[in-house]
Design a protein around this ligand. Structure first.
Ligand code: GDP
Length: 390
C-alpha cells in the first residue's frame, strides 16, 4: 500500500517519524508523503525524518496556545485546528493524492493537540478526497489519570465516526517495569511502527512481478472497510543463513525440512502473532474480518502452512472473511506474520477508559460547581465583618 501520513500532536508525530525510520531500515516504501501538525513549537522540532516544510505549527496566534501547546485541553486543540484549517489544507494540497491508496492520521488520544485537532483534520481530508482515511490512535495508560482518559474517550468517538478504520494501540498493555516513560515510549513506538509498516507496506509494489500469492493493497483496504476499531498481532522468526548457496531455512539442520514441518511452523507463527500482545487487547472472536501478511523470503512461506494458518484464524476469529497473502522480501533474514483483526468489538481497555472518563467528568463538574462557593468562603471572615478595598 502507498500512504500519505499525517502525525498530529507529539505522539502522532513521533509515530509517523518512527514508521519512516523503520521503512528505511527495512527497505520498504510505504509513507509516500508525511506531514506533522502541532501546537507546540518545541515538539515540532523533534521528528528526524520529516522535512522542515512538512511541519505545520497551528494556533501560534491563539491566545491560549501561542506556539506553546494547548496544555492537554482537547477543546482548544480542536478550536485551533478549525481556525488554521486553511493552512493545513494548503500544505496538504501539495500531496499528489492519486499516487496514494489511503491517508493515515496518527495521534495520541490522551493529550490536547492530537485528540482535539486530529478529528478536525480528518473531517477536512474526508471532504477533500475519496481515498479512505485511517486513524492510528494511542490510548493513554490508566496510570496517567482521569483527564487523559476523558480526552481519549471523547476523542475516540470523534475518530471512529470520522475515519474508515481506527487502529488502536494501548499504552497500558505495552508498559514495562523498570523503564523511564521516555524509554517506554521509544520501545512502544518501535513495536507499533514494526506492526503497522509490516502490515500496510504489503502490496506496495503494483506490478505483478511479485507472484500470485502476494497480498494486494485492495485486500488490506477490503479488510479495513468495515470500520470500527482494529487491533494488530505480530510474530517473527530469524531465518538461518543460507548454506552453500542453498535457500535460507527455518533452522540450521543439514536435513532439508519436510513440507509438513514448514507448514506447521507457518501456522505456529500466526498463532503466536494472535496469542501474544496485540496492539490493543481484545476478544479475537469479536473481529469482523481478518487478514494475515507473511513478510519474508518467498521460498520459506509454505503454501500448505498459509492455508492451514488461514483456516485456524477463520475458526479463532469466528469469521469467514480471512485473507492471507505474502509480502515477498527476498533479502530479509526474518519471516514475520502480521495479523489484522478488523472491527473488534470487545476491547476491555476501551470500556475501562470510558468508565475512568465518566468518573473524571463527574469530578470536574462537581469541582466547577463548588469552586466559586469555596473561594468565597475562603476569603470571607467567619462573621462577614470585613469589606473588600475596591
Ligand atoms: P499532544 O501533543 O497534546 O497531542 O499530547 P502528546 O502526544 O504529548 O500526548 C498524548 C498522549 O499520547 C499521552 O497521554 C500518552 O498517552 C501518549 N504518548 C505521548 N508520547 C507518546 C509516545 O511517544 N508513544 C506512545 N505510545 N504514546 C505516547
Amino acid at each position: 500500500m502507498k500512504l500519505a501520513t499525517i502525525g498530529v500532536g507529539n505522539a502522532g508525530s513521533k509515530l509517523i517519524d518512527r514508521m519512516i525510520e523503520f521503512e528505511v531500515e527495512t527497505g520498504r516504501n510505504l509513507c509516500r508523503h508525511a506531514l506533522v501538525i502541532n501546537t507546540a513549537r518545541t515538539d515540532l522540532a523533534k521528528p528526524q525524518n520529516i522535512p522542515e516544510d512538512r511541519r505545520v505549527l497551528i494556533g501560534d496566534t491563539h491566545h491560549k496556545a501561542r506556539g506553546h501547546g494547548v496544555g492537554g485541553d482537547a477543546e482548544i486543540g480542536a478550536e485551533v485546528a478549525r481556525t488554521d484549517i486553511d493552512e493545513i489544507r494548503r500544505v496538504f494540497d501539495d500531496v499528489e493524492i492519486h499516487e496514494v491508496d489511503a491517508v493515515l492520521v496518527a495521534a495520541g488520544l490522551g493529550g490536547g493537540t492530537g485528540s482535539g485537532a486530529a478529528p478536525v483534520v480528518i473531517e477536512e481530508i474526508q471532504k477533500m478526497y475519496d481515498e479512505p482515511v485511517y486513524g492510528l490512535g494511542v490510548l493513554p495508560g490508566k496510570y496517567e489519570g482521569g483527564r487523559p482518559a476523558l480526552n481519549a474517550a471523547r476523542s475516540l468517538q470523534s475518530f471512529v465516526t470520522k475515519v474508515d478504520n481506527f487502529i488502536a494501540f494501548d499504552n497500558d498493555a505495552w508498559r514495562s517495569r523498570g523503564q523511564t516513560i521516555e524509554q517506554g515510549y521509544e520501545e512502544m513506538n518501535e513495536e507499533l511502527a514494526t506492526r503497522i509498516v509490516t502490515l500496510l507496506a504489503a502490496g506496495e509494489v503494483d506490478e505483478s512481478e511479485v507472484g500470485e500469492n502476494a497480498m494486494d493493497s485492495s485486500d488490506i483496504m477490503r479488510t479495513l472497510e468495515v470500520g470500527g476499531v482494529s487491533s494488530i498481532g505480530y510474530a517473527s522468526t530469524e531465518l538461518a543463513p543460507a548454506k552453500q548457496g542453498l535457500l535460507s531455512k527455518f533452522n540450521e539442520s543439514d536435513q532439508p525440512e519436510s513440507e509438513s514441518t514448514d507448514a506447521a511452523k507457518i501456522k505456529g507463527l500466526v498463532r503466536r502473532a494472535v496469542n501474544s500482545r496485540l496492539t490493543v487487547p481484545c476478544e479475537i472472536s469479536s473481529a469482523d474480518r481478518a487478514l494475515i501478511v507473511f513478510a519474508g523470503p518467498p521460498e520459506v512461506i509454505s503454501r500448505k502452512g498459509v492455508e492451514s494458518a488461514r483456516e485456524w484464524l477463520e475458526n479463532a476469529a469466528d469469521t469467514v472473511d480471512v485473507l492471507a497473502g505474502d509480502d515477498p522480501r527476498p533479502d530479509s533474514s526474518t519471516l514475520a506474520a502480521v495479523v489484522l483483526l478488523s472491527n473488534v468489538t470487545e476491547t476491555p481497555r476501551i470500556d475501562e477508559i470510558q468508565s475512568q472518563a465518566v468518573d473524571a467528568q463527574n469530578k470536574i463538574r462537581e469541582q466547577d460547581a463548588v469552586r466559586e462557593e469555596e473561594i468565597q468562603s475562603l476569603i470571607t471572615d467567619d462573621d462577614d465583618d470585613l469589606d473588600p478595598i475596591v
